[in-house]
Design a binder for this molecule. Structure first.
Ligand code: DOR
Length: 445
């Protein structure tokens, strides 16, 4: 068989396990996995000594386009993504203006065309008043679903009252990702920091109770509505325990930063660079997140890439905005955790490939399987590298991991059979396309 691309000599992580296999690609799809040494191909990529993973699907990024100039846009955001082995991103709607209408979604898709280096989809934001439109909006091409902010973060998207949350959940059927912090409690406790405080007060203001209380309320409302939810960036031991009892209706996201950093050290060492929502908490919470990874409770890893500039971050707390870059460092940081024995390579692939596919019903992505899109992160599990600010493609230009030595590094990135990163350099054209979802398959024209 003639292939467009043949990836030869690598070790592959497939649903059958980890082992030596060549991969044949035609028309952007995987058409053969096995021993293909005698096959012909237009392009051959030698992957000897390397490991081929399904391209990472990062289902929580904030790239800010169109509004917040000088921060990020779809070109720089997705450039960082592919440099980090990420082949699909789902962007959150808290942009300026927010993505809460068909026009805003179409505008983003239009801007992504020819500028996005990886495949992409956009969430529509729920507001207290747009519930009636959500069933149509969530089915639009390029829409990843409806995002619900129950606690306010960057931007002004917020649905905090229980009756509004319930109404939102009662409209539509796709899984709803939720930022779960209790807005009323955040407001009550704002006086702890509002006149200025040390950034180490961030997890005191936005305390564990704000997260736990809200996650309990959310699950109760989800049950009333009979709606599946995905609880984003979980930070507390108690929520992990509670969510383990609610796996029929709820899926769970963790982030590399909550798995890597802990308070108070992160605030002492990184200042407001460590300020994110929900906050980085004490060590016992971090260890509970790892336990939830090990026990299978966590479904997905998302980066929550939020590219605030150094100037913005330099403002005195609490005017300093919350968020850190992460799309480019997700894979190297997690490969380093694999190297340290904190999770297996198979579990990492489950969290970055099959997990997002399963929870969002993504068509043809997230596994190395015949018939699936040829999206790959080809990594060197033994490469020792140092993460630096200079490496970061985001316009924010900084990373909380600056100076960290890691073992495991993305070398080549392939999006639907096109090599967009070779030997760590972006090449070719920005050929990203909208991700397709099984729950909203495009109709034949
Ligand atoms: O720290 C955060 N920043 N958490 C969020 O949920 C939103 C994000 C942002 O958009 O800046």
């Amino acid at each position: 068989m003639q292939f467009d691309l043949l990836i030869r000599g690598g070790t592959c992580v497939t649903p059958s396990g980890v082992g030596a296999a060549d991969i044949g690609v035609r028309n952007g799809r995987i058409v053969e996995i096995g021993s293909l040494s005698s096959a012909d191909a237009d392009e051959v990529l030698d992957a000897s000594g390397l490991t081929i993973l399904p391209g990472v699907i990062d289902s929580q990024v904030h790239f800010r386009e169109p509004g917040l100039e000088h921060k990020e846009d779809l070109e720089t955001g997705t450039r960082g993504a592919v440099l980090g082995g990420v082949t699909s991103i789902f962007e959150m709607p808290n942009t300026k203006p927010p993505t809460f209408s068909q026009e805003a979604l179409v505008d983003k898709l239009h801007r992504a065309h020819g500028r996005a280096w990886c495949d992409h989809a956009f969430f529509i934001g729920a507001t207290p008043t747009n519930f009636a439109e959500l069933p149509q909006l969530e089915l639009l091409p390029g829409c990843a679903g409806v995002k619900l902010f129950m606690g306010s973060s960057t931007g002004n998207l917020l649905v905090s009252e229980s009756e509004d949350v319930l109404r939102t959940l009662q409209h539509g059927f796709r899984r709803v990702p939720v930022h779960s912090e209790d807005e009323a409690r955040l407001r009550e406790r704002w006086n702890l920091v509002k006149d200025g405080a040390d950034v180490s007060m961030h997890p005191v203001w936005r305390d564990p109770e704000a997260a736990i209380q809200n996650t309990r309320r959310l699950i109760e409302l989800a049950r009333q509505a009979g709606r599946r939810v995905h609880v984003l960036h979980i930070t507390t031991a108690e929520e992990m325990e509670f969510l383990a009892e609610n796996k029929d209706i709820a899926t769970v996201e963790a982030t590399p930063q909550h798995l890597t950093f802990s308070a108070p050290d992160c605030y002492e060492q990184l200042g407001s660079m460590a300020q994110i929502n929900p906050p980085i908490r004490e060590e016992h919470h971090r260890l509970a997140l790892w336990r939830a990874i090990e026990q299978g409770v966590v479904d997905v890893l998302g980066s929550d890439h939020a590219p605030h500039t150094r100037e913005e971050k330099a403002k005195p707390y609490p005017q300093s905005p919350s968020g850190m870059t992460g799309v480019q460092t997700l894979l190297p940081v997690m490969l380093d955790h694999v190297h340290a024995g904190r999770l297996s390579l198979e579990r990492l692939v489950d969290l970055t490939g099959h997990g997002p596919q399963r929870i969002y019903s993504i068509a043809r992505k997230g596994r190395i399987t015949v018939g699936y899109d040829a999206d790959f992160a080809i990594v060197d599990l033994n490469a020792k590298r140092t993460i630096t600010h200079d490496w970061i493609a985001s316009r924010a230009g900084w990373t909380p991991y600056d100076g960290r030595e890691v073992i495991g590094w993305p070398i080549h990135t392939i999006v639907r059979g096109r090599t967009v990163v070779r030997d760590g350099e972006v090449q070719g054209a920005a050929i990203g396309e909208p991700v397709v979802f099984q729950e909203a398959l495009p109709l034949e024209a």
